[in-house]
Design a protein around this ligand. Sequence first.
Ligand code: TYD
Ligand code: MG
Length: 482
Amino acid sequence: MAKIKTSFVCQSCGAKRAKWEGRCSDCGEWNTYVEEKTGPERTAWVKRGESSARPLGNMDVFNLIDTPSLDSGQRLSSGIGEVDRVLGGGLVKGSYILLGGDPGIGKSTLIMQVAGAVARRGGSVLYISAEESVQQTALRARRLGLKNERVDLASESSLDAILDTALDRNPEILIVDSIQTVFTSEVESAPGSVSQVRECAARLMTLAKTKNITVILIGHVTKDGNLAGPRVLEHMVDTVLAFEGDQHQQFRLLRALKNRFGATNELGVFQMSGDGLNEVTNPSEFFLEERRENRYGSSVFAAMEGSRPVLCEIQALTTASPLPSPRRNSLGIDVNRVHMLAAVLEKHMSLSFSNRDIYANVVGGLRLSEPAVDLALVAALLSSERQIPLPASSCFFGEVGLTGEVRGASLAIERVKEAIKLGFKHIYLPLSNEKYAKSEFRDAGVEFHFVREVSDLENRLGGEPRMKKATVKRDNGSELDF
Ligand code: TYD
Ligand code: MG
């Protein structure tokens, strides 16, 4: 009989100690150690001469040329375009996927819709709910419009039963909702503890890899926003998807935080409705829906989310501050960028923010990490501070450097195309993007405003002679308009 030991396990990073620690010396988190009963160390199993040791044998060794590539039929469409986009083209067979998000955000709803769509195309899906009864799950599925799809449902939280059922039915996709409520009797600690989650996840990984079953785990995020608590889980899986959004609003965003089979910067946009999640295939229109024109402090930024351009509204508000050190608050943009741009504007324009509060916001809950947002934020700040409405149907992108220079943005053509598609007529972009933009969009009917320095923007938006054209006479007598 194996000896059961107790040890203290950090619920944040999974570190194991013989004694309790107030602060984890590995991850630095406070009060995360919980006493857990742990079985014998795994390393003991492979000691030579022990009966439970796996026999050493020959492995299957493949040749790179002979192994099939991923794209040759190894991907299975999830049936939902936005999900496929985020996954990098569909579910890879035998891959191990973790979907995390706040409680109530719609994880079970999304995965049930995926299950339905896969089943509709003839795929076999086993959906195990460890949180809800079969009736509850079925009721939800009906509400989502699933009627004739063959999705096998079960309500079970014992890992051994789940593994047995999966081996018995051999589905293409196994869904476990959620990993925190599944437990195995081999580990003595409570369901949801690090040891349990790690053990259950490791055994499900073996199932995915050996039986070529795509396993999708649903995981809750902890109160500090970490996905599924223990980081161990994130290392184990192939793909980590995060489902985010404001519970009080209808939109939901799906992103890949890690993806072994595709890019991580793609964004899927959904809208929660009475009959489930609907795909938003034109997110720009969606994010600009409630925008009002001719407002102070509002600009439109042509962002790139992965390979897709998304237009969104950037708002800035500057007000007199009663505080000795004025406030800088920001939602959706790193507040350090706001600090930096305020400093650049003070230095290179005749503006002073020393006794002004600054608030910045990206409408629609998007989080932007691209530096190309700078020019749009500068325009919004300038518009709020100077009380000048920005020209109607204008759109901005470009990075601003510390010396006030405006630097070129990547994928300028895609951004401009999207702006034109949505009817924007004035596009403010870095001067270094000129050669692409001019040749590509000669007859598009838009006016390009190439900006070299932030101070140029001030002249164009705030100065009197707006959009003044200059004419230069060439040596041969012809005239050239700027
Ligand atoms: P759910 O998928 O249960 O969230 P999670 O699994 O992430 O905890 O979704 C819960 C919320 O979604 C709930 O508050 C109600 C809402 N909802 C709808 O608005 N429409 C629907 O069709 C469904 C199924 C849920
Ligand atoms: Mg759920």
